[in-house]
Design a protein around this ligand. Structure first.
Ligand code: ADP
Ligand code: ASP
Ligand code: MG
Length: 416
């Protein structure tokens, strides 16, 4: 007997027929003698719909009320799965975030999980009752409902797995594993049978939305065994693996290691340029301090060469979801900053290549720049880390850029 966590994403939960398929998978694990906690997402498209209502109600919505609205999608699917399991003869009950409870901080709309009480969960599992837990939600001090940021059900699943000391955390989704790039953009992407925590963390953080970034960081810290696999297809690859296992670096031998592990893209950033910012010490601080105070994460930053007039242009990117608030904060802070104009552009995309092999090989960045240049794709900003290079380009070129880079780094699968 093992304790396992099974997490099902939005596509897997979209409609009663699919929820029946999920319930059948859960039933199989229960019949194999396992104690099972299931973490579920809202039906595909539902969270977008709820977010849309909030935006329509007010572009500067109160994040505390936003969380009340958007956490509702998971409440519905958790109840529906419990009903479906019961109808199949599997004892089950739902445990909402505030009922377990899953404690979080008060960063509404992107809360972090602190502690999870497992007393109720332990009791339920010991009694042979499947615990169905809505992903994405928790409860903060003051008894307010919180959500964990988009894609947050993955993090709920890993946190529950860590708290209940589960043997494994299976993330069921609509692809059969982690690929060298989004298989919906590059049909010749290859499935990876294993990927390291570190590379997965970097891939997720630059837009490979198959796992939420925080879920990978948490799995790495708590040493949770995470597997990504399909909820629709049980096939194994030619090496006998089902899905993709996220592992420590020591579990991948050198023979399997590639220079580049994967390529990701992210269309959810917006570019902001402040023109003619006074070129003096403290100027850049006066831009980014109020953004930090507002909880807005700045990603890429480019400060141009100073104009002869003693001023400079500063360009940076923020999550598109924070754009309205960011513009508001910077307008109010212009007394301190003193820029001439603020312009923004949401039609940009960030393309990133990731691989631990970069630590020991030169030339990864120049291959990227040359490959994009040869296609006439202009680079608007660049950032790098030890195992990643990212560039910002015009959004229209996203698919083309990912495809040509996938080929340039030798990642294409053999044609079938
Ligand atoms: P879920 O609703 O199950 O959480 P998501 O839509 O959040 O599913 O994540 C799965 C999607 O992630 C896939 O459908 C795929 O389009 C996308 N994706 C992006 N990058 C990758 C990658 N490197 N490997 C696999 N899937 C990826
Ligand atoms: N339903 C939430 C979202 O769409 C959380 C999740 O599915 O992981 O972002
Ligand atoms: Mg997801």
């Amino acid at each position: 007997m093992a304790r396992i966590v099974m997490k099902f994403g939005g596509t897997s939960m979209a409609g009663i027929e699919r929820i029946r398929n999920v319930a059948a998978r859960v039933k199989r694990e229960v019949e194999a003698g396992h104690q099972v906690a299931v973490v579920v997402s809202a039906m595909a498209g539902e969270t977008d719909r709820l977010v849309g209502f909030c935006r329509e109600a007010s572009s500067l919505y109160d994040p505390q009320e936003y969380d009340v609205v958007v956490s509702a999608g998971e409440q519905i699917t958790s109840g529906l799965l419990a009903i479906t399991l019961q109808a199949m003869g599997v004892p089950a009950r739902s445990w909402l975030g505030w009922q377990l409870p899953i404690h979080t901080d008060t960063a509404f709309a992107k809360a972090r999980i602190g502690e999870i009480d497992t007393a109720a969960l332990d009791q339920s599992l010991a009694a042979g009752v499947v615990a169905v837990i809505p992903g994405f939600q928790g409860v903060a001090e003051g008894n307010r409902v919180t959500t964990l940021g988009r894609g947050g059900s993955d993090t709920s699943a890993v946190a529950v797995a860590a708290a209940m000391k589960a043997e494994r955390c299976d993330i069921y989704t609509d692809v059969d594993g982690v690929y060298t790039t989004d298989p919906r953009i590059v049909p010749r992407a290859r499935k990876l049978s294993k990927v390291t925590y570190e590379e997965m963390l970097e891939l997720a953080s630059v837009g490979a939305k198959v796992l939420q970034t925080r879920s990978v960081g948490l799995a790495m810290k708590e040493q949770v065994r995470v597997r990504v696999l399909s909820s629709f297809d049980d096939a194994r690859d030619e090496d006998g693996y089902r899905g993709t296992l996220i592992v420590g670096e020591e579990e991948i031998d050198d023979m399997e290691r590639q220079l580049i592990t994967g390529i990701a893209h992210d269309k959810n950033e917006a570019k902001i340029t402040l023109t003619a910012v006074p070129d003096r010490p403290g100027a850049v601080g006066s831009i980014f301090a109020p953004l930090a105070d507002a909880g807005i994460n700045v990603d890429m930053i480019v400060q141009n060469i100073a104009h002869s007039t003693g001023s400079t242009d500063v360009t940076f990117t923020v999550p598109s979801a924070d754009l309205a608030r960011c513009l508001d904060v910077l307008e109010k802070a212009n007394g301190d900053i003193g820029y001439a104009k603020m312009v923004h552009d949401t039609r940009v995309a960030k393309i990133s290549v990731v691989g631990v092999g970069m630590r020991s090989h030169a030339g990864v960045a120049s291959t990227m720049f040359q490959t994009l240049g040869a296609r006439g794709i202009n680079i608007l900003a660049i950032t790098t880390s030890e195992i990643k290079v990212s560039v910002l380009i015009e959004e229209d070129y996203t698919e083309l850029a990912v495809r040509v880079l996938h080929t340039a780094y030798g990642l294409d699968a053999e044609a079938a």
